[in-house]
Design a protein around this ligand. Structure first.
Ligand code: 13P
Length: 268
């Protein structure tokens, strides 16, 4: 089974519509379409519609950064996954900035994951511990609790189609983090798969895509993408610069070529 490497740029609450349009035009020039790489852009909600009209959909897909879990109704100020489902393929759920700044708890995140799936949007579920939890050695317990709760309304088949990102708070630029080391990412990625396998089955664990996010840049992306079982990266600040983001996509391209070459040699 060949999985496409997933490179997601989370623009967070940055870029006016004009700036977003400028960035997209630069990305079009700089990033070619690759069959084995999926490039996903996550603009803020206001920019999603104009960006969706501008992008070449053969090369780029869109993700929402957030939405409300109810499908419709009197929820002033909110946008639902139902309203977004003809614009986006993906939605980022459980991002630590939403957990911390907007008090999104485990139940809210579970309901958002279910709402995504109900509306044919693939959840990109972010999980990860705080720096305090990391120092206390509680990482695995936190990941376990976040995963069990977020997936609790889903079938094995639905889990198989989704994306989970290991994005510990202690690595995110927002929280003045330091990047995780590749072996730290490896142990978290393996743990996430093991949890899914125990909760569902090996097929779901195998099909699910697991990513890393947290201070990923054009210099470090290659080392994360070479971690066995890490099938992409979620990029924050570096995704706002087209040269840096294109260089990250290029790292994925080079890593995939290396793998294809070594597979070909093994078959000789
Ligand atoms: P940085 O890459 O800026 O650390 O952000 C990571 C992140 O939060 C991506 O969603």
């Amino acid at each position: 089974m060949i999985k496409r490497t997933l490179i997601v740029g989370n623009w967070k609450m940055n870029l006016s519509i004009a700036q977003a349009s400028f960035l997209v035009s630069k990305l079009h020039k700089k990033i070619a379409g690759h069959r084995d790489i999926e490039v996903v852009l996550a603009p803020h909600t206001l920019a999603l519609q104009p960006v969706s009209l501008q992008i070449d959909r053969r090369r780029f897909r869109l993700a929402a950064q957030n939405a409300y879990y109810k499908d419709e109704g009197a929820y002033t100020g909110e946008v639902s996954f139902t309203l977004l489902n003809d614009i986006v393929h993906y939605a980022i759920i459980g991002h630590s900035e939403r957990r911390v700044y907007f008090n999104e708890d485990l139940d809210m995140i579970r309901d958002k994951v279910s709402a995504c799936v109900r509306n044919q949007i693939t959840p990109i579920l972010c999980v990860g511990e705080t720096s305090q939890e990391w120092s206390n050695g509680e990482s695995k317990q936190v990941l376990h609790d976040q995963i069990v709760s977020a997936l609790s309304d889903l079938t094995a088949n639905e889990v198989a189609g989704m994306v989970i990102v290991y994005e510990p708070q202690w690595t995110i630029t927002t929280f003045h983090g330091r990047p995780a080391k590749p072996d730290e990412v490896k142990s978290a990625v393996d743990f996430i798969r093991k949890q899914v396998s125990e909760l569902y089955d090996d097929t779901a664990a195998k099909h699910l895509r697991v990513l890393y996010g947290g201070s990923v840049d054009e210099h470090s992306a290659g080392s994360y993408l070479r971690v066995e079982g890490c099938e992409g990266v979620l990029v924050g600040s570096a995704s706002l610069n087209y040269q840096r983001f294109a260089a990250i996509v290029d790292s994925a391209y080079r890593k995939n070529r290396e793998r294809a070459d070594s597979d070909a040699k093994r078959q000789d």
